[in-house]
Design a protein around this ligand. Structure first.
Ligand SMILES: [Mn+2]
Length: 395
């Protein structure tokens, strides 16, 4: 009797505490115990931000790869692959870790103050499509799975059209896809998919490492399969013609090298380099300016290795390097890219097993993704960015 009275009092005070947020009872057998959560809270109305099934930012989950009729404007998809790693493995748990770290993103509604936009409450339908099935026994096959899974999502008509922000017709605009890695090798199949839709693309690559190493320099190349890994995928991307000419840029670089020739080789791959230490001289504004000048107005792919951040902010990663940017600096730099036509993005190398109990790394990855989805939403639907691939034209 006593415990019943206590429980009743507890629920009453919960309801009162939330009365200011327009919360209504929802249907169900115990509706007096439940209340609607805050606007934009992903539709799992009976759950608090710390309960229920984790999706990115508590967005609705739809099994997009199983059902071709599911449409969206922005889709999150996981690629749990980590068998291209040179040091610490574990990024196969990145997608689930990042989702865990993103639970609180829209607890207060999700409005992005510096960008004056709300990616959780806008013109865009944003979904979490789950993960691409990826084998951990055969890298070549796994990369094929990632390319095909990504292209399946990329080649679907978006819900919202570019011109009037009304329903999309077959006007050759595409949705945006944000991939949760996975080690950095996954960017190779992702760029192969992007090329099928857009042709060669400009890449903004946030990383402490170049990732353009020739296979004989990075890890040797005992086999063709081994030559494709998280330090060489951009070399392969350049050789395959996936990158646009001389409009790609690394930012956050601070790794040691095999020698100065690594930078020469990087230039041949079509990249300019912004080193992490440059922030001390030119600040975040100077870094944003360099990136904007390099990539131009065409379609842009953004790849974010979480090791861009200093290990003080993101310790749980495959190959940590000290001397990196803070989370605040990285978020400011990403927000500075709002004018660009970013058509797709990934966040990679989050290996949650090395994280702190406070979820430092997964939280930093989730917050960086929040800035990326915010600038995509603020830019509006993509318009006329498709290069003319037959597969896409026949949507
Ligand atoms: Mn990398």
């Amino acid at each position: 009797m006593l415990s019943t009275a206590f429980l009743t009092l507890g629920w009453a005070s919960t309801v009162i505490a939330h009365a200011g947020h327009d919360q209504k009872p929802i249907s169900g057998p115990h509706q007096s115990l439940w209340y609607q959560t805050l606007p934009g809270d992903g539709g799992t109305q009976a759950d608090s931000v710390f309960s229920g099934i984790s999706t990115f930012g508590r967005l609705p989950y739809r099994p997009c790869l199983e059902h071709r009729d599911i449409q969206y404007d922005i889709a999150f998809i996981g690629a749990p692959f980590d068998t291209g790693t040179s040091y610490r493995p574990g990024a196969r748990f990145g997608p689930s870790g990042i989702r865990q770290g993103s639970r609180r993103l829209n607890l207060y509604g999700g409005y992005n103050v510096p960008l004056d936009t709300n990616p959780f409450n806008s013109w865009a339908t944003v979904l979490d499509c789950g993960d691409i099935p990826v084998t951990s026994y055969d890298n070549t096959y796994a990369l094929h799975q990632i390319e095909e899974g990504h292209f399946e999502l990329l080649s679907r008509a978006p819900i919202t059209a570019a011109k009037e922000k009304g329903p999309a017709k077959k006007d050759r605009t595409l949705p945006r896809i944000i991939t949760l890695g996975g080690d950095h090798t996954i960017t190779l199949p992702l760029l192969r998919s992007i090329k099928r839709a857009y042709g060669p693309i400009s890449v903004i690559h946030f990383d402490s490492h170049l990732d353009t190493w020739r296979p004989k320099v990075f890890g040797g190349s005992p086999s063709e399969v081994a030559s494709v890994n998280h330090g060489t995928y951009f070399y392969h991307a350049a050789m395959e013609g996936l990158l646009s000419n001389n409009s790609n840029i690394h930012a956050g670089i601070r790794t040691t090298l095999s020698g100065p020739s690594d930078y020469d080789n990087d230039g041949y791959c079509g990249f300019e380099i912004v080193e992490a230490r440059e922030v001390d001289k030119i600040g975040t504004d100077g870094i944003i300016k360099k990136i904007l000048e390099r990539v131009g107005d065409g379609p842009v792919y953004l790849s974010l290795d979480i090791d861009t951040l200093d290990p003080a902010f993101a310790p749980a990663t495959g190959t940590p390097e000290t001397g990196g940017w803070s989370t605040r600096e990285l978020r400011t730099i990403i927000r500075g890219l709002e004018s660009l036509n970013i058509v797709a993005a990934d966040v990679v190398e989050v290996a949650p097993a090395y994280d702190t109990n406070a979820e430092l790394t997964t939280m930093a990855a989730a917050d960086a993704l929040y800035e990326i989805m915010s600038i995509m939403v603020k830019k509006g639907p993509l318009s006329n960015m498709v290069s003319g691939n037959e597969e896409i034209r026949d949507l």
